[in-house]
Structures are given as structure tokens and as C-alpha cells.
Design a protein. Structure first.
Length: 297
């Protein structure tokens, strides 16, 4: 399975850690598409995914940590090999990084070769920590430094990465988001406003031009809910990645990505029980079909 080695542009070369060695992983049948999904012109557009640069999968894995700050994350090698196999079968280019420091992570995110791609999947796998009073999760890098999930997403927003405006960007975070191991209680939610209600300007005035969106075409998937642990088998890999690979292999040929993540959560419950995944859309207003193995040109 070919892996792309990336050197940052306009920056000093970084020492690239070696990737996981190839190992025997459970092989699964990736059902290929036989026809492209067509845009019916109603409600939601289709993101275009027909070309040879169908997409790029970028995996950032953190397994070993300086000064034994954290436990070695057994089973992550299986996760990574399954993801690489799955997305290579889809026709994606695969880029992977192992045990980067915080600064190395930020540098590589800034200089990924993503121009001209039709979709981007970013997977981050590490120890994670709940950030008090926030929906964000802190991610442990190999040197002990912490990045938040928003730090990662922000590297690819419309301001910082204009080359990906209009391109679907899917973020998958495989990590704990707290230390709660109990059965999940029913969640009660309420709504309110955080300021004065919006009022239209007087009709006699011209409306100012709308500023462009900072965040759009972004889907964020977490392996667990805020405050809760994310389970990982030390041999067969994390529960969530196992469920994700099984569902994407079986249904990516006829389901768009939002439906796939719904099916992943169902599979997570059916196969493993208590863990609940979490998905958010930030201006992700199109349907993303991956068309495994099918190319227009």
C-alpha cells in the first residue's frame, strides 16, 4: 500500500517518524460503485467526487509520548492499517504521520498537498481530554503539547485554507473526551440567545455586503460524546474505527457520508454497546458520495 511522504513547503525539512510496519489486519470486502450518483437539482447539491483526485485521507496518530507522560496506545496500528486499506480501495491518496510533536503537527497541516482534490478526510487519533466549560477536546501530541480540536479544524477553514473553499472536509477524532465510564444518562438540552435579537436594517438603507463564511463544507465526527471515554481494544483496534471501516466498506457505494456516519453509530451500539458517537455539520450542505473505485476520467 503506497504511502506519500510529505515535506513542508517553504519551511525547514522535518524529521519524519517511521510509519507503522505492515501487519496482518482483518481484510474486509469494499463494495465498489457501478454508477455515479446524479444531482437531481432538488434541495441539496452533490459534492463532485468523480475524478482521479477523488480525495485525500490524512492520518495523524499519536501512540508514544515523551517521558512516558501517557500510556502507549496499543491497537492504534490496527486502526491505521484498516483506514489506509479502506480509503486506498476507495481510490484515495493516503498520507500518514506518526508521533509528531505539536509544532510538527501544525507545520504539516499547513503544508499538505491538497490543491485540486475533491474531498479531504482528516483523522486524528490520540489521548484526549475534556476542556472544562467548552465543547472542545484537547489532543495530546508526542512531545506532551496539547492541540484543541478547533485548532485542527481551523487549519482548514476558508480563511486559512482558501484552496479548499467549497471542498468537503471531514474530520474524524478518535480519542477520549473525558473520563466518564458510566452508562449515559438522558441529555436535557435548552436553547436561548446570547445577545440582542437580530433586527433588519430600515428598508430605506442598502444592505451591506455579506462577509464570506469562515467555516463551510465541514463535517466533524467524534468517536464519543463530550465528557466520556472512547474504548480501544489493544489488538483489534478502537471500537469506533472498527465500526466505521465495516460500515464504509459495505455501504459507501450507495450511501452519502452523513448516512454512513448514522450507520456507524448504529453499528457501534449493536456491536459494542455503551459508546455513543457524535457528529456535527458546519455548513456541510451538500451530499458527499465517495463512489468507491469508480472514476470518470
Amino acid at each position: 500500500m503506497q504511502q506519500t511522504k510529505v515535506e513542508p513547503l517553504d519551511a525547514p525539512p522535518l524529521l519524519m517518524p517511521s510509519d507503522f510496519p505492515d501487519k496482518d489486519i482483518p481484510k474486509f470486502n469494499v463494495i465498489k460503485s457501478t454508477t455515479f450518483m446524479e444531482d437531481n437539482g432538488k434541495d441539496r447539491k452533490l459534492y463532485r467526487t468523480r475524478g482521479r483526485r477523488r480525495g485525500v485521507l490524512v492520518v495523524f496518530s499519536y501512540v508514544q509520548f515523551a517521558s512516558e507522560l501517557e500510556d502507549y496506545r496499543l491497537g492504534v496500528d490496527t486502526d491505521c492499517q484498516m483506514l489506509k486499506y479502506l480509503f486506498s480501495e476507495f481510490g484515495f491518496e493516503v498520507i500518514s504521520f506518526l508521533n509528531l510533536t505539536k509544532q510538527e503537527t501544525l507545520t504539516h497541516m499547513q503544508h499538505l498537498p491538497l490543491e485540486g482534490v475533491e474531498s479531504v478526510f482528516i483523522v486524528v487519533s490520540s489521548h484526549g481530554y475534556e476542556r472544562a466549560g467548552s465543547w472542545e477536546t484537547d489532543i495530546r501530541c508526542s512531545d506532551g503539547g496539547l492541540l484543541s480540536t478547533l485548532d485542527v479544524v481551523d487549519r482548514f477553514n476558508n480563511t486559512n485554507c482558501p484552496a479548499l473553499i467549497g471542498i468537503p472536509k471531514v474530520f474524524i477524532f478518535q480519542m477520549c473526551r473525558g473520563d466518564n465510564r458510566s452508562a449515559l444518562r438522558p441529555l436535557v438540552t435548552g436553547t436561548t440567545t446570547d445577545g440582542a435579537p437580530f433586527r433588519d436594517p430600515p428598508r430605506a438603507r442598502a444592505r451591506p455586503p455579506r462577509p464570506p463564511r469562515i467555516y463551510s463544507d465541514i463535517l466533524i465526527a467524534h468517536s464519543t460524546l463530550p465528557g466520556y471515554v472512547s474504548h480501544r481494544n489493544m489488538d483489534s483496534g478502537s471500537w469506533y474505527i472498527q465500526a466505521l471501516c465495516a460500515v464504509f466498506a459495505a455501504r459507501a457505494h450507495d450511501c452519502h457520508v452523513e448516512t454512513l456516519f448514522t450507520l456507524v453509530d448504529q453499528a457501534l451500539e449493536c456491536r459494542f454497546g455503551p459508546q455513543t458517537s457524535d457528529v456535527h455539520k458546519w455548513g456541510f450542505n451538500g451530499k458527499l458520495y465517495l463512489h468507491p473505485g469508480l472514476f470518470e476520467d
